[in-house]
Design a protein around this ligand. Sequence first.
Ligand code: SF4
Length: 97
Amino acid sequence: MANPDTSSCKQPPGVVAPVVDSHKCEGKEDCVRVCPYDVFTVRKLSSDERGALPFFVRLKVAVHGGKQAFVTKPDQCHSCGLCVAACPESAIRLARI
Ligand code: SF4
């Protein structure tokens, strides 16, 4: 991203990172759209990843295309909180690294 809006950043990178609750995430990609630092990737789950989820969560994920969000660049998080606010499933929290 060329000129991310950094006005709401609360921390330098490397202090906190988002954690995605795999029991809640439905892969709707709001986090990908709002994050100024491309911290998230949404992709299809592997069969092993699907198999590690409880039965009803597997059904929910299947209904939503078999995708979930993953934190692929945790060291780039600046703690702005945009992803937490944007997630319609309240599936994201910030935690100290
Ligand atoms: S808080 Fe969320 S939106 Fe903000 S930089 Fe970190 S991962 Fe990206």
